[in-house]
Design a protein. Structure first.
Length: 260
């Protein structure tokens, strides 16, 4: 069997930046074990698969270790592939997913994700997280799948050297660390050793958590954001009621075939 594969750098204005994702268009679903093995072989933080079903396009996302409920950068990458290489002629795509309906719109080179907002619950500081991050938190919150840890400043976020074994002990998809930005509204990093990704370069879904938090701090709804991984990524975010709009660009890195 031959399967098309694209590798796209999401939330990037040029290749080698942002977050790389693999995108595999399918005519029908493969067994879960095969999709998981493809994601493991690709060895990227996410591989997205999509199928055109009777109800419309359905998307699924796999890390090298597990299937996840929501992934922003791989959704952006999939939309980029559909808009530019797989014949989607409209400027809007609606995906069915495990997280409900997800919309991506295109305006020039900007793609905008429309995702459900996360729900945040304040919690006490978690010893394993503070030990794993090597820093005390100003505030800690629990979202649907991740913990959000707020610290003092951008420099601290940049200089974090996490102990991934300790972070992996925390029962969550991963942990988002954030602070006010120096040139943007807020900065962040995302660590997910629990799902096979020690540090994700740019995490679109994390901004469904970050955006409502910073909206409560700044008392506004539109933000510039930067994820401070080694590759780096730039995003703009807008809180719109129960939804979060997350915008960025994408770049094609490779196009090929998988043989199984």
């Amino acid at each position: 069997m031959e399967i098309k594969v694209y590798q796209v750098d999401a939330f990037a204005s040029k290749v080698f930046k942002g977050n790389p994702a693999a995108v595999c268009p399918l005519t029908e679903w493969l067994p879960d074990s095969v999709m998981q093995n493809i994601a493991m072989e690709n060895n990227l933080s996410e591989t997205a698969f999509y199928v055109k079903e009777k109800e419309g396009l359905r998307i699924r996302w796999f890390t090298p270790a597990v299937e996840v409920d929501l992934c922003g950068h791989a959704t952006l990458a999939t939309a980029f592939v559909l808009f530019n290489y797989e014949g989607h002629t409209e400027n809007k795509i609606v995906f069915n997913s495990r997280s409900g309906l997800l919309t991506v719109t295109k305006k020039a080179d900007q793609l905008t994700l429309d995702f459900p907002v996360d729900t945040l619950t304040p919690v006490a500081a978690i010893a394993e997280l503070e030990e794993g991050l090597g820093i005390k938190s100003k505030a800690t919150f629990k979202g649907k799948t991740d913990y959000l840890v707020v610290i003092d400043n951008e420099k601290q976020v940049r200089q974090l050297q996490p102990d991934f074994k300790k972070i992996a002990q925390v029962n969550a998809r991963g942990v988002i660390v954030t602070a006010r930005g120096e040139k943007v509204d807020f900065v962040s990093r995302f660590f997910g050793p629990q799902c096979g990704v020690d540090e994700d370069p740019v995490t679109g879904s994390a901004h469904t958590t970050l955006t409502p938090y910073w909206a409560s701090v700044f008392n506004k709804n539109e933000f510039t954001a930067s994820q401070l991984s080694a590759r780096g990524g730039e995003l703009t975010c807008r809180l719109n009621g129960s939804r979060v709009e997350i915008s960025g660009e994408a770049q094609l890195f490779l196009q090929g075939k998988i043989f199984i």
